[in-house]
Ligand binder design. Structure first.
Ligand code: RFL
Ligand code: PHB
Length: 389
């Protein structure tokens, strides 16, 4: 098979890139290791920046997002029984949209299918070949049958555990990593959200987050130990612990119910440099991971897609390599800012096993500064709604 852009990974990065390229008449083939049902079964991000919303509009996939997504003009931050609000629209003129990654992915799959886009599922043994030449190709197998795609470019959109990053020779690649000494236990429940805005809670018992998907679907997280397993936590134990970590007034109105999903995610900051090798470009989680505290993972994947899509357009429409040549540098400049914000907000909100009394005082002092200082709130709001592309 021949295509212009071979895309490895059918998560949000790969699908969005494929659909955007399609709007410009640029062909792509998406290779996905799992089934569509599996990809759509993963519960992940919930908060979308305007930049991602704009890309989904350009891709012709924002109809349901606008009809069903929730506009959030601010967020709540609590520590102990104190709670304050950071107003995004007041400080930046922009809100964020609460709309699940699952729904974004579903809309992208629907658009690719409507356009008869080629997506190969359950691919195995994906190998990137000759990425440093003018004639790269990808080999893989489906049901034991070997296949090959010849292409102009390869987009590695296969997430943190994919193969694309590994295709860049070790002596040309540098990786930066910070692993946090805790995880997030998350549940989804068919109950009304405790508040109409998200609550990020710093408590003496550890972090908690109250989020949502819609009026009758809530997403809650609590900081947990890395050795915990989801099955160690009964629903009852989860609700009890969550109530202890959020302000008493909120805990009193929290509606609980059976969980319909329960999982634990480790927290990690990770960046690989460069994000390009020859005709291979890395996009999204394959190149960088952030702890979810700042809601930046999917949104940063989207900014990579923006830079790559525009670089490829420039190549095919104007015969210019300038955009693809500067891809890694431009994408990384924004990636590192998202890394900084996610690291800062995570450090502010969690309990660390080795935290001293002094460290705890610093967290409270910083929270009180954020509560009372407009410039600090503006800096937080600008980062949360998304820095410009
Ligand atoms: P994905 O979603 O991991 O998709 C990669 C796809 O590639 C496939 N794949 C392969 N395909 C072919 N061959 C191979 N060898 C392959 N290896 C893997 C995989 O099956 C998969 O389908 O990466 P992508 O597209 O870059 O998207 C990144 C986002 O999924 C991720 O950054 C976010 O989910 C992170 N995240 C959040 N981001 C936000 O912007 N806002 C949030 O509110 C937010 N909350 C979260 C999150 C992530 C979480 N977890 C579970 C880590 C909350 C949580 C709990
Ligand atoms: C979510 O709703 O899953 C969510 C929201 C905000 C975050 C992380 C996750 O910072």
């Amino acid at each position: 098979m021949k295509t212009q852009v071979a895309i490895i990974g059918g998560g949000p990065s790969g699908l969005l890139l494929s659909q955007l390229l399609h709007t410009r008449g640029i062909d792509s083939v998406v290779l996905e290791r799992k089934t569509k049902e599996y990809v759509l079964g993963r519960i992940r991000a919930g908060v979308l920046e305007q930049g991602l919303v704009g890309l989904l509009e350009e891709a012709g996939c924002a109809g349901r997002l606008h009809a069903e997504g929730y506009v959030h003009d601010g967020t709540l931050i609590s520590y102990g029984d104190e709670m304050f609000r950071v107003d995004f629209t007041e400080h930046t003129g922009k809100p964020v949209i609460v709309y699940g990654q699952t729904e974004v992915t579903r809309d992208l799959y629907a658009a690719r299918e409507a356009a008869s886009g080629i997506i190969e599922f359950e691919v195995e043994d994906v190998v990137i070949n000759r990425a440093d030449s003018e004639a790269p190709f990808v080999t893989y197998s489906v049901g034991g049958e070997p296949r090959r795609i010849d292409c102009d470019f390869i987009a590695g959109c296969d997430g943190f555990h994919g193969v694309s990053r590994q295709a860049i020779p070790l002596d040309l690649r540098r990786e930066y990593e910070k692993v946090y000494p805790f995880g997030w236990l998350g549940i989804l429940s068919e109950t009304p959200p405790v508040n109409h805005e998200l609550i990020y809670a710093n408590s003496t018992r550890g972090f908690a987050l109250c989020s949502m998907r819609n009026e009758n679907l809530s997403r809650y997280y609590i900081q947990c130990s890395l050795s915990d397993k989801p099955e160690d936590w009964t629903d009852e134990a989860f609700w009890q612990e969550l109530k202890r970590r959020i302000p008493a007034e909120e805990a009193a109105t929290l509606v609980t119910g059976p969980s319909i999903e329960k999982s634990i995610a480790p927290l990690r900051s990770f960046v690989t440099e460069p994000m390009r090798w020859g005709r291979l470009f890395l996009c999204g989680d394959t190149a960088h991971i952030v702890p979810p505290t700042g809601a930046k993972g999917l949104n940063t994947a989207a900014s990579d897609v923006h830079y790559l899509y525009n670089g490829l357009r420039d190549f095919y429409e104007n015969g210019s390599s300038a955009g693809i040549d500067s891809y890694s540098e431009k994408a990384l400049r924004r990636v590192w800012k998202a890394e900084r914000f996610s690291w800062w907000f995570s450090s502010l909100m969690h309990r660390y096993p080795d935290q001293s009394e002094f460290d705890l005082k610093m967290q409270v002092a910083e929270l009180e500064f954020l509560r009372s200082n407009k410039a600090a709130q503006q800096a937080m709001a600008e980062n949360y709604v998304g820095l410009p592309y």
